[in-house]
Write a protein that binds this ligand. Structure first.
Ligand SMILES: [Zn+2]
Length: 203
């Protein structure tokens, strides 16, 4: 391992920060310096927040959205007003939250926990596709809406899911391209997302 000139303790902190998505070595170094410089309470609040989230949050047993540990399923799956027969398939809980803010969709979700990214080593087995297939085979679902992101990896993921479920005869739709190609669901505004849900089309 290359020597960084820092002590082992600082190296450990920088390595941990550098494993976060979107944080390169330079950003990790900058964040580590910030944490070492800021008041201890501030830095430890971050550590505590991470610990609390890891201790108290789990994935819903049905849809894989985030939920508190004392519930097996999330508040959406538990909500009797939601239509359990229409399932919107998203990559991440972040996308689900964005769609919920649009207040247009009254069904339930399935969170894939990622998208196909062969170059980063993310294949179908890393996603929750088997669980989705089992849900569909349960026989109560009458529509699947593919709401993966409208870019190369999102489209590839949607195609894989659609192929996998092709023999189940459940109609699969996808969001209308009110979303600009190449854009990211979590940053789309409410109106765009509402249009995209309402204008969904057959996959
Ligand atoms: Zn759920």
């Amino acid at each position: 391992m290359a020597t960084t000139g820092y002590s082992a303790v600082v190296d450990r902190l920088m390595n941990a920060l550098g494993r976060l998505p979107g944080i390169g070595a330079r950003s990790a170094e900058r964040l580590a310096h910030h944490l070492l410089k800021c008041p201890a309470e501030e830095a430890l609040e971050l550590a505590e927040a991470i610990r609390a989230a890891k201790d108290h949050i789990r994935h819903c047993e049905i849809c894989f959205h985030l939920t508190e540990v004392d519930h097996a399923t999330c508040s959406i799956c538990r909500d009797p007003r939601r239509d359990q027969t229409i399932v919107c398939v998203v990559e991440q809980s972040r996308d689900l939250i964005a769609l919920e803010k649009a207040r247009t969709f009254g069904g339930v979700y399935h969170v894939l926990l990622g998208r196909l990214a062969p170059l980063s080593g993310i294949g179908p087995e890393q996603l929750t596709i088997d669980a989705l297939a089992a849900r569909v085979q349960g026989g109560t679902i009458r529509e699947l809406i593919m709401a993966t992101n409208p870019n190369l990896e999102g489209d590839g993921t949607a195609l894989l899911v659609a192929n996998r479920l092709a023999d189940t005869n459940v109609p699969i739709t996808r969001l209308a391209r009110g979303l600009a190609s190449g854009s990211v669901l979590e940053f789309a505004n409410k109106e765009m997302l509402a249009d995209a849900i309402n204008g969904r089309q057959r996959f």
